[in-house]
Write a protein that binds this ligand. Structure first.
Ligand code: ATP
Ligand code: MG
Length: 586
């Protein structure tokens, strides 16, 4: 059985959490004061790369490891804060020499290689707007994003260029240069295609960051495309205050920690918490070039002596598939804090953390649009498994209900409604690219409306119900797919579950579940009936699925989210819509 609460007691001998008392920290918090823990530019202003690198490189942290890169084939490269500050100075000079300056867009399309980190931070130094793209995108999604974002420069590798970009130039009139990282082969010969390494060698070694103000645009991130066509969210340099503070509070980063964020920088998590937050907090980041592999991941956690690990439910579920034995055969004495984001974290996954690592997994919630963590389970706060925790200090959240055109907070607990946030935190997006109308519609009555449904309990914990688009209406009930999926996940044969509403003439919708099984379990009628019965016992007949289909794997985005809209479209024979972020799509 899943316990209703996991109590947190101080562990003797273990580093005390940064946030010890939620209520008092929240009461005393102000963003203005929080901003003071950053240095700011000489003469005023704020630049992400300065806070992430130059500030440390000019002080005692210059020789500390900032980034340890683990190559796919066993190579390792270490970079100190001083090294990265120098390399990014060079890259900023490369851009300057090419005549690329403030506000121009630099796209980076590469696997998790060191050059990606250098290009992103170097571009920020030069006040360019950076957009990291996930390297597994096919040519069309790359083209769409580059042309929507009017990219002036693209940094990529030789093999990605050959496989995905050759022949695309004519359709990208704004793209002036492609900088190709040399991986051993020849650099393609084409107008505007330049050798990244040659340019870096010839570039000046010091760079003065030009005046940058907090409202200057910094990053352009495309959303995951879980609910439809990805949107481009524009962020600003001032966001670094939120990245810094939330890393300290919600991820419990302490200077000198070894930290591993498993997200790719092509998604906002991989940038906000894979690059910016760890660097501003003075930790050593592990970057693994390889894709997910449970054994590899256990060995990194153990071998690199990771202290803080930030990952996603999909990875946790994949590790759970193999059971906790693989973790138990190893030891993780340095691991202090585990957090997860991107999708709801099933209670069974929170508990699996205890079984495998002796630590619960701390769920937190945020979006590309919010730029940083908004809601979290904290190191020193009791966990209610299945809840995404409480709003960060500095974040005012509410469950709201739309009444006609206006929006009203729902004061009483336990009521489902849309999760809304009071605008004003520093990492809030400032625009959707080319979609002013859509941006405006995100705000009403002085609230930012997240598009997610949730409820708040009497203790102030928030519970994710589902995306507004995914919630199922059946015989007068509102059913959140997450609750049904979590119950299914408690069945020992179930590895993963995705739930949709299927139109029904009598009930409006009925609940249908798609389930993938753990190794050693075979799909069949008996198991189907058993799981249906199991769900009915846990959820009651009104909420439990009426139908279950077994699938070898569920469709998911490349960032690992179950695409319920695709399960639904396929079930109903409807068009699949935008599948540019679908895992495995060309
Ligand atoms: P799109 O907006 O293109 O449909 P997306 O919403 O999946 O894609 P992201 O911004 O990457 O793009 O994801 C944010 C969303 O992910 C949230 O709105 C929420 O639905 C979901 N999410 C993130 N973290 C959690 C969490 N801890 N619990 C539940 N849902 C979460
Ligand atoms: Mg979204």
């Amino acid at each position: 059985m899943i316990p209703g609460i996991i109590r947190k007691e101080p562990i003797p001998g273990r580093l005390a959490p940064n946030l010890r008392d939620y209520a008092s920290e929240r009461a005393a918090f102000s963003w203005r004061r929080a901003g003071r823990c950053l240095a700011g530019l000489l003469g005023g202003g704020l630049n992400i790369a300065h806070e992430a690198l130059d500030r440390h490189a000019a002080g005692p942290r210059a020789g500390q490891l900032a980034l340890r890169w683990l190559g796919r084939d066993g190579a390792r490269r270490d970079f100190t804060y001083g090294d990265l500050a120098g390399l990014t100075d060079r890259f900023a000079n490369v851009l300057r020499q090419l005549g690329i300056g403030a506000g121009q867009r630099v796209f980076v399309l590469a696997g998790r290689i060191p050059e990606l980190y250098v290009a992103i931070l170097g571009s920020l130094k030069n006040r360019c707007v950076v957009s990291p793209l996930f390297s597994a995108f096919g040519p069309e999604p790359i083209h769409t994003r580059l042309s929507m974002g009017a990219g002036a420069v693209l940094v990529t590798t030789g093999s990605l260029y050959r496989r995905k970009l050759a022949g695309m130039r004519e359709r990208l009139p704004e793209l002036r240069y492609i900088l190709v990282v040399n991986e051993g082969g020849a650099i393609p010969r084409a107008p505007g295609v330049l050798d990244y390494d040659r340019l870096m060698e010839g570039a000046g070694t010091s760079f003065n960051i030009p005046p940058t103000v907090a409202e200057d645009p910094s990053l352009l991130h495309f959303t995951s495309g879980t609910t439809g066509r990805p949107k481009g969210a524009v962020h600003v340099h001032g966001a670094v205050v939120a990245h810094h503070v939330t890393g300290r509070i919600a991820l419990d980063l302490h200077p000198g920690d070894v930290y591993w964020c498993t997200a790719d920088p092509g998604w906002v998590t991989g940038t906000s918490y894979g690059i910016v937050s760890p660097l501003t907090n003075g930790v050593t980041s592990i970057v693994d070039e390889a894709d997910f592999d449970a054994e590899r991941w256990y060995s990194i956690l153990e071998g690199e002596r990771v202290n803080v690990w930030y990952t996603a439910p999909t990875a946790v579920r994949m590790m759970m598939r193999g059971g906790a034995g693989a973790a138990r055969r190893r030891s993780f004495p340095d691991l202090r804090f585990i957090a997860s984001v991107g999708e709801p974290l099933n209670p069974s996954a929170v508990l699996w953390g205890m079984e495998a690592f002796g630590l619960p997994i701390h769920d937190n919630w945020w979006q590309t649009e919010t730029g940083g963590i908004m809601m979290a389970n904290y190191a020193a706060m009791d966990i209610k498994p299945g809840s995404m925790g409480k709003p960060l200090p500095g974040i005012e959240a509410a469950i709201v209900r739309r009444v006609g055109e206006s929006v009203e907070p729902v004061p009483e607990p336990g009521i489902e409604g849309e999760l809304a946030l009071k605008p004003g935190w520093p990492s809030m997006f400032r625009a959707y690219l080319d979609d002013e109308e859509r941006y405006r519609k995100c705000f009403a009555g002085g609230w930012y409306l997240s598009g997610d449904l949730a409820k708040r309990d009497a203790d102030g914990y928030y519970w994710f119900v589902g995306r507004a688009d995914d919630v199922i209406k059946s015989s007068g009930h509102l059913i959140g797919p997450f609750e049904v999926e979590s119950a299914l996940m408690e069945h020992p044969a179930v590895a993963e579950a995705g739930v949709i509403g299927k139109p029904d003439p009598v009930q409006l919708e009925t609940v249908k579940a798609f389930v993938s099984l753990k190794p050693g379990h075979a799909a069949g009628e008996a198991l189907r009936r058993e799981i249906l019965g199991f769900a009915r016992k846990r959820l009651g007949a009104a909420v439990a699925p009426k139908e279950i289909d077994f699938l070898p794997a569920l469709p998911r985005t490349r960032s690992g989210k179950i695409m319920r809209r695709l399960l639904k479209a396929r079930e109903l024979g409807l068009p699949e819509g935008d599948t540019s972020t679908l895992e495995g799509a060309p």
